[in-house]
Ligand binder design. Structure first.
Ligand SMILES: NC(=O)c1ccc[n+]([C@@H]2O[C@H](COP(=O)([O-])OP(=O)(O)OC[C@H]3O[C@@H](n4cnc5c(N)ncnc54)[C@H](OP(=O)(O)O)[C@@H]3O)[C@@H](O)[C@H]2O)c1
Length: 407
């Protein structure tokens, strides 16, 4: 009989606790699949265990502490000591990925991290293995369940952002400090990881501009409904003009878009490439059991001997100014000629209008429009000019739109 595989578990919180339970529950299945029975060699938390002792007793390390410190030190030590590592830690990979991959390569051991992006959706494995030599054009999707829950609730109930956030916290979909979720930083870390995998080029968190959902108003969602749009916080990583663009931003989608119906705390990721057209995967983006299940899948892959490639093949430049379509919400004076003046400013910047709705009278007059794809720098310049017009009653509000309509 083969020796058992001894697993050192760093962190026994929401995910670590669920992983320990799942490991015990699925030990027979893991043994049947890989020929080796898994057992816990030790557990580290703030109050329990010693890292050095656990490492010495382990064949494989599972890191579920989170954050960059001390997780980085432990993961590097484990790799350098020749132990494969599984982690769910997006911050660690988005900030120190190159260093960790280099350490894994030098030691000839695997570093796996399926649970770091989009929870239980097997997007890391799919990009690394199924599409490992496919020329990917674009990876994008909803990679933060907290914001998707908030936007879905705001759209269906008409409630304000702060009220829905409080409800998300009560239900456990948002943490006590939700900043990194709602401001887009969490999604940016995940997109840095996906971009690196998809384009085989180093990408770190500080290269990913992000915007959150804190300023979205129920008003925007109500008007968007009228235009047939739904709002998502999207992460996008794509090839553009010989380089790549990786960004996170709130974005309206037309109802036929495959991501439009993805509601509540669910995540969904799309991959586009000439050879595969497009693939969409969706599922729970977080949760103790779900994340632990993705971690266990990585353990099984390591025991089965599958080795993903972490090579970077080229250094692609980051493209800063890309084209986007925008929704524009303007609170204007109820006077003749306002629409013409705004259209003139947009026209001066070579921006054409796709659709307009005009609503309200007097102090409630508004123009809500969608403009066709234009350079973001041109749109920003036009917006600055519009903001200065005497007819504006409030600062203009804008949100990107994906124009593509799926049938
Ligand atoms: N929760 C999710 O749904 C989810 C989803 C996807 C990915 N993840 C990722 O999974 C990882 C774990 O998340 P979690 O939600 O399970 O976190 P958590 O509930 O806060 O648990 C963290 C664990 O790490 C331990 N720990 C913290 N600092 C430590 C230190 N300095 N030394 C030793 N142990 C330390 C804690 O010990 P104490 O118990 O003593 O405090 C606790 O056992 C993170 O990287 C997170 O981003 C989580």
């Amino acid at each position: 009989m083969a020796d058992p595989v001894r697993i050192g578990l760093l962190g026994r919180g929401t995910v670590g606790g669920a992983f320990a339970a799942l490991l015990a529950e699925r030990a027979d299945a893991v043994e049947a699949a890989t020929g080796r029975r898994p057992e816990l060699a030790g557990t580290l938390s703030r109050s329990e265990g010693d890292f050095g002792e656990i490492l010495a007793r382990s064949d494989l390390i599972v890191e579920l502490i989170g954050g960059t410190d001390p997780a980085r030190t432990y993961v590097l030590e484990a790799l350098r000591a020749g132990r494969p590592v599984v982690t769910a830690n997006k911050q660690l990979l988005a900030q120190h990925g190159e260093e960790l991959f280099a350490a894994a390569r030098e030691a000839g051991v695997q570093l796996r991290f399926e649970a770091a992006v989009a929870g239980v959706i097997p997007i890391v494995r799919t990009i690394q293995e199924s599409f490992g030599v496919t020329e990917i054009d674009k990876v994008f999707g909803i990679v933060n369940g907290t914001t998707n829950f908030i936007l879905t609730e705001m759209a269906s109930s008409g409630a304000a952002y702060a009220d829905v956030l409080a409800r998300a916290q009560e239900l456990g979909y948002a943490e006590a400090d939700p900043s990194d979720d709602v401001n887009g930083a969490d999604a940016a870390a995940k997109m840095a990881i996906l971009a690196r995998l998809a384009f085989h080029t180093p990408v770190t968190l500080d290269q990913v501009p992000y915007e959150g959902i804190e300023r979205v108003t129920p008003d925007d969602l109500a008007y968007a409904k009228e235009l047939g749009l739904s709002l998502k916080l999207l992460g996008v990583a794509e090839r553009r003009d010989g380089g790549i663009s990786v960004r996170v931003f709130p974005c309206f989608l037309y109802s036929g878009h495959p991501l439009a119906p993805v509601g509540g705390p669910f995540n969904a990721v799309m991959v586009e490439a000439p050879a595969i057209t497009e693939v969409t995967m969706s599922g729970p983006g977080a949760g103790g059991v779900e994340t632990a299940s993705a971690v266990l899948g990585d353990v099984v892959s390591i025991l089965a001997g599958e080795t993903p490639v972490h090579e970077t093949r080229e250094e692609l430049p980051m493209v800063a100014d890309v084209s986007s379509s925008f929704y524009l919400h303007l609170e204007v004076a109820d006077e003749p000629g306002v629409l013409a003046r705004i259209a003139q400013v947009l026209g001066d910047h070579e921006i054409s209008v796709k659709s307009v709705v005009q609503r309200g009278i007097g102090d409630d007059a508004r123009l809500v429009m969608v403009v066709h794809e234009c350079l973001e720098s041109s749109f920003a310049a036009a917006l600055a000019e519009i903001a200065e017009l005497d007819e504006m009653r409030a600062a203009p509000r804008s949100i990107r739109v994906i124009e593509e309509q799926f049938v």
